[in-house]
Design a binder for this molecule. Structure first.
Ligand SMILES: [Fe+2]
Ligand SMILES: [Fe+2]
Length: 357
């Protein structure tokens, strides 16, 4: 198997073009005075481990996660830690969560977990929390403040209405295009927790927020959406450099709202399509000029992947590792003030939509 190293990945990074043909030591120099604050981590998301019966699980989804774990372990230099971005399970069954965690136990290093709606709605996250601990928390690493949020909550009244079973509730939320679905939200209690958590963080400290749903409003019809996104963004607005990394959408998305850079993760299970469908209804994404290759049903790994994240100077470069597909790098470009997909450079001139506070 090909061994991934940082130089291979950075070679794709246009923001680092000057360094792209230089040895790795020179790449470090390119980060200048902030080089001591540079570090990397790997991000794996949306494996949707699906239980069939007994010890049988859907093979394709298993294979995606197994491959991501194997590749992430080969990174050189070794990432400081791993993030799992949510939707470990398909229907929130303990068998699915256990099976996914067993595969993820192969990662050589610490893993921080984010709750996905497919992990949550059968038992309102009880089994997940028993295995993995709280669903929102923060930690600091090499001068960067990380916050993990559970962004897939919804109205209490809907969660606790009379359901035939928890599985009935899950099946409502597990559908992509359910018109009876509910919007995701962080909720007032967690927003208050976030406000307090950020109180002691200096405004020039880089902040990285990890959520499952986008903390921005992209497409309500498919719940690529967090209903109280603006309220969460307002809490993050006072900080100089903020990055939000999210899963859930199973495709590459990038945006910049004020000081906040947004990056979506690929899934290890399957891609959701880009987005002629977006055009049918109000969409908040900048116009997408290059569509993702459509999934080939005869190729189990098509348009799936995982991410390698280089955090330097408080900004992130996200390298998308797409099996047997062209790898992509989305890097923060200081000259334009937002992340730029290096493979699309020069093709987009539009400024992302801005909201003001
Ligand atoms: Fe997902
Ligand atoms: Fe999800």
């Amino acid at each position: 198997m090909h061994k991934y190293n940082r130089r291979d990945l950075l070679r794709n990074g246009g923001a680092l073009l000057a360094a792209s043909s230089l040895p790795i030591s020179m790449v470090e120099v390119a980060f200048g005075r902030d080089s001591d604050r540079s570090f990397t981590f790997a991000y794996i998301s949306d494996s949707h481990i699906t239980h069939i019966r007994g010890k049988e699980f859907v093979r394709n989804w298993d294979r995606g996660l197994i491959r991501a774990v194997a590749e992430a372990n080969l990174l050189d230099p070794k990432p400081d830690f791993f993030i799992y971005g949510g939707d470990i399970a398909q229907l929130g069954k303990p068998e699915e969560i256990d099976h996914g965690l067993e595969i993820l136990s192969g990662l050589r290093g610490d893993v921080r977990y984010v709750m996905g709606e497919h992990d949550y709605y059968t038992d309102l996250g009880e089994y997940w929390r028993r295995q993995l601990g709280p669903d929102h928390y923060s930690f600091d690493h090499k001068g960067v403040h990380f916050v993990v949020l559970n962004s897939i909550l919804t109205h209490e009244s809907w969660m606790h209405q009379r359901w035939g079973s928890g599985m009935d509730r899950m099946k409502q939320m597990a559908r992509l295009d359910n018109p009876d679905g509910q919007p995701f939200m962080v909720g007032s209690r967690q927003r208050e927790w976030l406000r307090k958590d950020l109180e002691t963080v200096k405004k020039d400290t880089p902040v990285v927020v990890l959520s499952h749903s986008p903390l921005q409003k992209i497409f309500r019809g498919w719940n690529f959406w967090t209903d109280d996104a603006e309220q969460v963004q307002a809490l993050l607005q006072p900080f100089d450099k903020v990055t939000v990394l999210y899963g859930h959408v199973h495709q590459i998305q990038t945006n910049q709202i004020g000081n906040i850079s947004f990056h979506a993760a690929m899934a290890t299970a399957w891609p959701w399509p880009y987005p002629s469908t977006y055009r049918q209804k109000e969409s908040y994404l900048p116009k997408l000029t290059v569509e993702m290759n459509r999934a080939d049903p005869f190729f189990e790994r098509d348009a799936t992947g995982w991410q390698f994240i280089n955090l330097h100077s408080g900004r992130t470069d996200v390298s998308y590792l797409l099996p047997d597909n062209q790898n992509r790098v989305v890097a923060f470009d200081e000259s334009v003030g937002h992340p730029v997909d290096q493979n699309q450079k020069g093709m987009t001139g539009r400024k992302p939509p801005q909201r003001h506070y």
